[in-house]
Each structure stands twice: as C-alpha cells, then as structure tokens.
Design a protein around this ligand. Structure first.
Ligand SMILES: [Cu+2]
Length: 189
C-alpha cells in the first residue's frame, strides 16, 4: 500500500513537471478575459457546475463572466422590475444571436453556451444595461485584476492560441507553455 502511495506521489509530481502557470498583463480599457485554445483544437468534457449571472440595481452582475464552453449560466433578477436577457451575436456571428427571455424577480432563466467566443449581454427593456460573457474553448481561462494582470494555473505544456477579449475585441497570439510562462497582450486594435 505504502509503495502504491509513493508511486502515486511520484506520478503526480511528474505530471506537475509538465504543466505551469501562464501569467502576464493585458493592456486594456477595462477588465478583460484571457482564454486558451489548444493547438490542435481539442474538445473538453462540459463542466458539471453552473455559473451565475444576476441582474441587480439595473446592472448585469458581474459585468464580466468567463466560463468554459458547455457551461450552463443561470440568470437571475434581483430587481423589482422585469428584465430581459439577449445577445445580438457571439463574436460578431449574428446566427448565434439569442433571446433567453424576460423575467421577474425570483425567477431564473438558463442557457447552455455551446459556442466559444464573446457574448455581449443586453436587456431589451433597459438599453443602458450591458454585460459580457466570454466562453472559453478550454478549461484554461482567467479574468484580469484591477491592474490588468491575469494568472491561469495548471496549464499543461503545449501549444495554444491565447486570446485576450477586451470589450468585445479579440487579440489572439500563439503561445508555447513550458512550465511557468509569461505572456503579455498589447492593446486590441
Ligand atoms: Cu433590464
């Protein structure tokens, strides 16, 4: 038994040697998302956990939500007025537009995001309400902090397309992860 445990520990430390933390800075106008796509593209099992997007005080909360492809988002309404959730496109593709619905406080709406990309959230009752969901094609993603720094832990060594989403604009660069790796993004054009 002890020998097996030792083997497991050794195996785990070996696996760790072939992964690292990808980190850096995004020079952006606001909080942005960094997502990785494996090269060649590889499908990952859909997450079993849902994510939450609330409409509260006439705002989408959080303003930016980053999820893995295949995640179901549960929308809720905390206000005493009805809200709506729709998006006119995903990453500019109008065929992926969708109206999730209009709902009152205490109700929820669900949507499973099968397509990766940038989802600009709107409410067709209150035109000032804007939010963003970024759908990552892999489990490797992060949001930037107030200073524009991001950290993605436990990224397996390999080649990726790294995309920084800043207010609907994508900057994509190739990156090779080998242990702990640094990658900074220039402003999106
Ligand atoms: Cu609204």
């Amino acid at each position: 038994m002890k020998f097996t445990a030792l083997l497991v520990v050794l195996l785990l430390s070996c696996l760790n040697a072939f992964a690292g933390t990808l980190s850096g800075t995004v020079k952006a106008t606001r909080q942005s998302a960094v997502v990785l796509e494996t090269v060649p593209a590889k499908a990952f099992p859909a997450p079993t956990q849902t994510a939450a997007m609330n409409q509260q005080g006439m705002k989408f909360m959080p303003a930016l939500l980053v999820i893995q492809q295949g995640t179901t988002v549960v929308f809720s309404n905390d206000d005493n007025v009805p809200h709506n959730v729709f998006w006119p496109s995903i990453s500019g593709n109008k065929k992926l537009s969708h109206n999730v619905g209009t709902f009152n406080k205490g109700k929820t709406l669900n949507f499973k995001y099968e397509n990766a990309g940038n989802v600009p959230l709107l409410c067709n009752i209150h035109s000032e309400m804007v939010g963003t969901i970024v759908v990552s094609p892999s489990p490797y993603f992060a949001e930037t902090d107030a200073a524009g720094n991001y950290t993605i832990k436990d990224v397996p060594d390999g080649t990726y397309k790294a995309t920084a989403w800043d207010n609907g604009k994508a900057t994509t660069v190739p990156v090779t992860v080998k242990g702990d790796t640094k990658l900074d993004f220039a402003p999106a054009k």
